[in-house]
Design a protein around this ligand. Sequence first.
Ligand code: PHB
Length: 389
Amino acid sequence: MRTQVGIIGAGPAGLMLARLLQLQGIDSIIIENRSRDYIENRIRAGLIEDWAADMLTEIGLGARLNREGLVHHGIKLGINGSLHHIDFKTLVDKRVTIYGQQEVVKDMVAQRLESGAPLLFEVSDASVHDIAGRPKIRFTHDGQAKEIDCDFIGGCDGFHGICRPSIPDGVLSVFEREYPFGWLGILAAAPPPDEELIYSYHDRGFALFTMRSATLARSYLQCAHDEDIANWSDARIWDELNRRMGGMRPLAEGEILQKSVTPMRSFVVEPMQYGRLFLTGDAAHIVPPTGAKGMNLAFADVLVLSRAMTAFYRSGDDALLEAYSATCLRRIWKAQRFSWWMTQMMHLFPDDNPFDRRRRLAELDYVTSSEAAAKSLAENYVGLPMDGR
Ligand code: PHB
């Protein structure tokens, strides 16, 4: 097989890269080791920044997003039971859209398959070769060994993928921080407690009240990083959510449809390129979910990459390709900073001393009482401007 860009991974990064290239007349083949059913139902956060929702609409993915996505013009912050509004509309005049990541994936898969462009599921043993020269991707599909010859490889295969480890030792620098807690997330058949998201700081730990629809609540509780989900009966979860809500809103209970524990980490590799292999999204960086940046950063990476590849194919100019890593990393580090800042402000740390706790409360008081501080939160939360959009 031969294509211009071989893409490994059919998550938001790989599917979006393929679509942006397709609109510029650049061919790609996407391979994915999971099944279609798996990637379309994998539950992840689902908050789309202002510019990213516009881009999804422009590239033909707006129909269901604009019908089912929930547009939010602000969030609420809870501080030990007192509720404060951060109004994005008046602070920065932008919005965010709640639309589950798996819904974006479903829309992109349908669009890709409808266009007739190749997307192969359930491949195994994928490996990359000659990435500094003439790249090849080898894998097994339907029991047969296959090889793709390509000009470039999009490494869109997530944190646990094969692309990052294929880069020779010594090339990448890793910047990393693990947090001493995780999030226990639930999806419940119950109306969400507020029309906006509530990020609640509480002396018992953080809780987030978000949603998927008017009848589906999604909630998270700060828990131990190695929390055993078996210790959390439905009754214990509701009790703890109620305590951390601290009476700010009544909490409707309903059947818990799904529960899981997510560890929290910040992670970046530099550079994001080696030879003709370009890492995108979670393959290159992870943010804690407190800032809701994961999918948005993946979209930003592949927008930069698609523009660079387009320039290369139009004029043979590889300046933008050479700049790919540096261009992306400026945005990524600002998203890392914001995600870390939200995380440290909203969570209890096991080694906090009384000074740390007072300082955190002062920070929350500042953010909810100073327009300048609230504006900074809002500007980052809705997504920093994306060059050229
Ligand atoms: C979610 O809706 O799942 C969600 C929203 C905002 C976050 C994290 C998760 O910061």
